[in-house]
Design a protein around this ligand. Sequence first.
Ligand SMILES: CC(C)(COP(=O)(O)OP(=O)(O)OC[C@H]1O[C@@H](n2cnc3c(N)ncnc32)[C@H](O)[C@@H]1OP(=O)(O)O)[C@@H](O)C(=O)NCCC(=O)NCCS
Length: 406
Amino acid sequence: MAVRVRAVRDLVEFRAALGAIGHYFGWVPTDEDAERFSVRLSPERMHAVFDDGRIVAGAGAYGFELTLPAGPAQCAGVTVVGVLPSHRRRGLLRRMMELQLTDVRERGEPIAALWASEETIYGRFGYGLASLCLNLGIRRRSVGIRPDLSPEGAVRLIESDQALSVLPRLYERIRKRSPGFLSRSRDWWEGRTLDDRPENRRGGGPLVRALYERDGRPAGWALYRIAQTGTTYEEWKKTVRVAEVQGIDDAARREVWRFLLGIDWTEEITVEGLAVDDSLLLAVDRPNELRPRVFDGLWVRPVEVGAALSARGVSGDGRVTLEVTADSHFPDNVGTWTVEGDRVRRTSRRPDVRLDVQGLGMTMLGGFTFAQLARVGRAEEAARGGLARADALFRVARAPWCPEIF
Ligand SMILES: CC(C)(COP(=O)(O)OP(=O)(O)OC[C@H]1O[C@@H](n2cnc3c(N)ncnc32)[C@H](O)[C@@H]1OP(=O)(O)O)[C@@H](O)C(=O)NCCC(=O)NCCS
């Protein structure tokens, strides 16, 4: 029997498709797991490969909003991609990615995004690295907030139901103006962000919810677990594993960090996926003790170039013309596009910059400039001053930040 690819039709197939990526985590999803997952990831958006009727691969896509420089836009969030090792390198990933991209376009989502487990996989499908992120392994006892930055406000620990009523509203305010942020449904808050089932603690303690208030009003929060290793008093090592730090502005985030840095008896604070220009780096007395490491962040693919550019928007007055030279999946994305504010149209004008669809994806959040791309052969200046013109219009105030791996 031939190998077939299609969307799953019920929860039994959904569970088997999840099992493909589950294989690599040593996780065999139960009916209950599939049910719980399907609340956030609609089964009709899960593609699977069937070999002789048996599911051997799966790939899903969330439907959420991703904030671009001009504001939130519909986005397919590609996730749970896996091919069983018995079926690798036979083109199954390619078949799923192609069907998924077609589906994304039919749904009217102008962009798709993902976190890549390996940077070498997704470029061929038109995804470009669009943001970087920072992981920290802070030596807590050696670092503090600079003494000239005075403390303000206070932190208190809250219960899950209170977090569920306060944090989503605050988050909504932050994410709408923060390129790289994703929308979060109530199911997402309950089933992911605030999920504290023991099987998800991964060796840590219960989830701690710390609410920061300034002038008596909620202004930020941290979510974290404390993990202990070692068995004897002498060997004990306690780590604060931070899942999230948010604040309505930099000062609020700094005060949340002040709280975390002050948790007695802990040696290390770990956190993954901060913005690459997170202001914590400059707010502490000894930045090296944060032990920062840079990783790749969100990968973005323009699915419908005109709509994607229009949703991205540009800053200031002026006009820039981009030639998209190649797109292996959507030939109609190839062509020359003029961008002026949020107005985008096909044009026969001479382009300022040439690049392929993957390169364009790298500019969607403002994480990289056209000049940076040109320096590494990912873009080409097509008219004198074209790179500078494009960069002036595409510039963003700060590095994009996707605060969550999905
Ligand atoms: C990565 C994975 C999905 C690839 O699936 P696959 O069916 O073997 O891939 P395909 O045969 O369709 O390969 C498609 C292309 O990607 C390339 N490719 C596949 N896996 C790759 C990898 N890990 N690194 C680099 N390139 C890879 C192939 O060489 C092929 O290139 P080509 O089209 O230029 O010839 C699969 O190996 C897997 O499930 N790995 C573990 C889980 C994982 O990494 N999932 C991704 C989560 S983000």
